[in-house]
Design a protein around this ligand. Sequence first.
Ligand SMILES: Nc1nc2c(ncn2[C@@H]2O[C@H](COP(=O)(O)OP(=O)(O)O)[C@@H](O)[C@H]2O)c(=O)[nH]1
Ligand SMILES: [Mg+2]
Length: 223
Amino acid sequence: MRTLESKVVVLGSQGVGKTSMIKRYAGDDLNRPSPTVGASFFTCRINLQDVRVKLQVWDTAGQERFRSMAPMYYRHANAAVLVFDITQYKTFTAIKTWVNELKRNIEEPMVLVLVGNKCDLAEERSVDPEEGRTYATIIGASYHETSALHDEGIGKVFLTIACELLSRLTDGKTESPHLRVQDSPSSGFGSSDSEYPLTPSSEESLANASIAHGIHEKPPACC
Ligand SMILES: Nc1nc2c(ncn2[C@@H]2O[C@H](COP(=O)(O)OP(=O)(O)O)[C@@H](O)[C@H]2O)c(=O)[nH]1
Ligand SMILES: [Mg+2]
């Protein structure tokens, strides 16, 4: 069985629900406190056909309020989730800034998904889904609406990323040196991640003492 390893960054204005989405996907308690400095990530494993896809999903720890993240956050990222709040138009316009920030920090083509979160607050909606879809098309992203509160649409966001990474790989469309594929005949899901290649270096870990890492395993899925 082959293993595909990738790094996914989550971007968007403060308060749009990034941490809630990630916690929801990680099967974590939404009320558990998160680190307040540095960054944290968790690894989600999904079996897609005959490939084991590991998504290393990175969360910010509030640095987004400075409208810019440390380069380490973007390093070797293969996909980005751009999140806005459907009830706050300014968080939608802010996506453009995040797209520019991505362009500044990442040269290789990435998988992009645009996500309108808080769709449970439909009566307060200020971003038309058509506008969201149109902008997604312009930036080459897929468009999703989610509710982290009600756990709606979140699994689909990450499954879309995993499927897109896989199809780019099998189509030979990506030559990214950072999208790692390994043949892993013996190691199963229970195997150690001690040599996990995307784990921050010890130097980075020291500089970001609050980095936390969790692992979550998803049931097999198909694209
Ligand atoms: N109604 C609603 N509130 C949400 C949703 N997702 C997050 N929130 C709330 O929005 C606030 C900010 O969420 P958080 O995950 O910390 O946002 P972050 O700053 O982008 O990481 C919190 O009060 C969450 O409970 C959602 O889907 N619906
Ligand atoms: Mg957060």
